[in-house]
Design a protein around this ligand. Structure first.
Ligand code: FPP
Length: 244
């Protein structure tokens, strides 16, 4: 699908959706989805990656300019070695596919978190992809070896390295990994959990949270519609009294 043009997008945004500028996904339930089918957990991650690209296409088709996904947390290193190896190998495939999507769908790929832990080869592939897609329109952030607390500490240290001694919220905000993105509007979590799990802690301060029992590989266009519809019904007051 060609996402290079804004106008006449089928299923495009209505007035209420137009305020949704940044959507994030905690893609939970891959392992359960596979196990329900008598398959190894790794198979769930393969399906989960396919779902992720399908959902990104739908998100950008709706003119939502920025999407962030939680692909690998700082805590995921405690998983069995076999699963970590499968996720690392999937990451290679993911980056190769991302290069196609970058060209076909005008997507700008960015990575948040400390991805250097995946090794020099992966880091080089990531940096090539980020550089080559930098001028593209739709922003897709992939969180890799990411933790929200870690991001805040790194942001604070960057501000301190500039010579600051007292930090403001603005100092932290502009050094976050997501700094070039619009403010976060909506976090979607699949598989029924109701936690942030160390994801986008700073950015989540005024974001809306939406949970669905659907397992991530089953998350489809109808599920996305439901999440966006729920978001449209929310009254966002950002701590004040005035409705949106
Ligand atoms: C959580 O499900 C999912 C993950 C830890 C990985 C998410 C990754 C993808 C969707 C694929 C893209 C991957 C890369 C590396 C780019 P879970 O395994 O915790 O599921 P469970 O709760 O059912 O066990």
């Amino acid at each position: 699908m060609n996402l290079n043009h804004r106008e006449n997008v089928p299923g495009g945004i209505g007035q209420s959706e137009s305020r949704l500028a940044h959507i994030a996904f905690i893609m939970d339930g891959n392992g359960r989805w596979a196990q329900k089918r008598g398959m190894p957990r790794e198979y769930g991650h393969v399906q989960g990656a396919k779902t992720m690209f399908d959902i990104a296409t739908l998100v950008f088709k709706r003119q939502i300019p920025c999407m962030t996904i939680y692909a690998f947390s700082t805590e995921n290193w405690s998983r069995p070695q076999k699963e970590i190896e499968a996720l690392t190998s999937l990451l290679h495939e993911y980056i190769k596919k991302a290069r196609r999507i970058m060209e076909e769908d005008n997507v700008r790929f960015r990575f948040i978190g400390d991805y250097s832990r995946f090794g020099d080869k992966v880091a080089a592939m990531i940096e090539d992809l980020v550089r080559d897609s930098a001028g593209n329109r739709w922003m897709l952030n992939t969180a890799l070896n990411y933790g929200g607390r870690d991001e805040i500490v790194r942001a604070a240290n960057k501000a301190l390295a500039e010579g600051k001694t007292m930090l403001t919220e603005e100092d932290i905000s502009r050094h976050l990994d997501t700094a070039p993105c619009p403010p976060l509007d909506l976090i979607v979590r699949t598989a029924g959990e109701m936690r942030l799990s160390n994801f986008l802690l700073w950015q989540a301060a005024y974001a809306e949270f939406y949970a669905t029992p659907a397992l991530w590989p089953d998350f489809d266009e109808a599920e996305l519609e439901k999440a966006i519809a729920a978001f449209s019904q929310r009254k966002r007051r950002f701590g004040g009294l005035v409705n949106k």
